[in-house]
Ligand binder design. Structure first.
Ligand SMILES: [Mg+2]
Length: 382
């Protein structure tokens, strides 16, 4: 389910003028310190949709004419957009407090479409704001709160349950980013799973993957030798892997081998999530009797396959040897990883089994968690 950051405007994104509490001219537009750089990182790295939710008392009346409001508001939105910060929607309530409108924060009327759709997980969404009403909105939505602290606002909680929704009190947007990044990391550490269903006219495939598994596997691809190799892969990477594939084997093995690899690559992409806190690189040289395989992998976000694996015969079991390169190309394309695979040996069965075992160990090294929890890239995204 999707998640929201419901962000207040005045006092949270921009400075609220302490005298009249109205940003009604360009001269009064001043961004909250560090909000642009940190909200840009949140927008780029974290899986939230951004919603602005703001009360603008009497907007459109004599006390707050629209022509005084929009220039500064649009300037603010353009500045954010230029830094990659796009708001899914901007929800403005124009009522006065005494009107007790159902759309005025902390009431949830403005958010009715989001509450009705059932596609948002409010328990994992946050309201970020500087007033008690923002935290009450979080409480009313079943969401959580981040309070941008301003001592001029009254924070006497009549309902202690509202205080309990506040998970961070800060005056620093960098802390907001760090808190949300850690929150995401803790969640993705908890569950690194994926279930993918892929149906075409050629194959129907379901894959269930748990990266932090116990090497439990149940593989049924319709090709016995491919099952054997994928069982080796699950065993030696310690993942839990369930594969159910029904392919057009009456034509040949090509579509089934290809589509299992595509779906497995998609499952890895999903289970790895943001890739924060993983090693990223893995490499392993593995002997098997006279054969030797070496596999190096980088979960780089880019697909590339280097394949140097000669075979001495056309088939091993019920799988043509030419399809092994295609398997790893399809995996690399859909997992968006770089894969270098080299192997040699006299016995083709040993060669490809060594490749799959080495692939398993290299993957295990690359997806294992680090103690640091950061993204292993200076680019900021993988
Ligand atoms: Mg505010």
């Amino acid at each position: 389910m999707k998640r929201l950051l419901l962000i207040d405007r005045d006092g949270t994104l921009i400075i609220e003028p302490p005298v009249d509490f109205q940003v009604d001219s360009l001269a009064k537009l001043e961004f909250y310190p560090k909000v642009i750089s940190n909200l840009a990182k949140i927008a780029r790295e974290l899986p939230y949709e951004l919603l602005m939710v703001t009360n603008q008392d009497g907007l459109g009346t004599e006390s707050f004419p629209e022509e005084n409001f929009w220039p500064a508001h649009h300037k603010m939105l353009t500045t954010f957009a230029n830094e990659g910060i796009a708001f899914r929607d901007v929800l403005i309530d124009r009522s006065f407090p005494h009107e007790n409108s159902p759309t005025r924060k902390p009431k949830t009327g403005l958010l009715t479409p989001y509450l009705k759709a059932g596609e948002y997980d409010f328990t994992r969404s946050f309201v970020i704001g500087d007033r008690l009403t923002d935290m009450e909105l979080a409480y009313n939505l079943g969401a959580r709160g981040i309070l941008i602290h301003n001592p001029i606002h009254d924070l006497s909680f009549s309902n202690p349950a509202v205080e309990n929704v506040i998970e961070l009190i800060t005056t620093d947007w960098e802390e907001v980013y760090q808190f949300l990044a850690l929150e995401e990391q803790a969640y993705s550490r908890q569950f690194r799973n994926a279930s993918i269903v892929r149906k075409t006219n050629e194959t129907q495939i379901q894959i269930d993957l748990e990266l932090d598994g116990q090497a439990k596997y149940d593989i049924n691809s319709g090709l016995d030798f491919l099952d054997h190799l994928l069982e080796q892969f699950a065993k030696h990477s310690r993942i839990n892997l369930k594969i159910d594939a029904q392919g057009d084997l009456h034509i040949d093995e090509h579509h089934t081998v290809e589509d299992v690899a595509i779906t497995l690559g998609e499952a890895f992409t999903k289970a790895l999530g943001s890739k924060r806190g993983i090693e990223r690189y893995g490499f392993f040289i593995l002997p098997m009797d006279e054969a030797q395989a070496q596999v190096a992998i980088d979960f780089s976000g880019r697909s590339y396959l280097v394949w140097d694996v000669p075979f001495s015969r056309e088939r091993v079991g019920d799988v043509p040897t030419e399809l092994f390169e295609h398997f790893f190309k399809s995996f690399s394309d859909n997992c968006k990883c770089t894969l270098h695979i080299k192997a040699e040996g006299k016995n083709a069965h040993h060669v490809i089994e060594a490749v799959f075992k080495s692939f398993a160990r290299a993957c295990k090294l690359a997806f294992q968690r680090t103690e640091y929890g950061d993204l292993p890239s200076t680019k900021g995204v993988l």
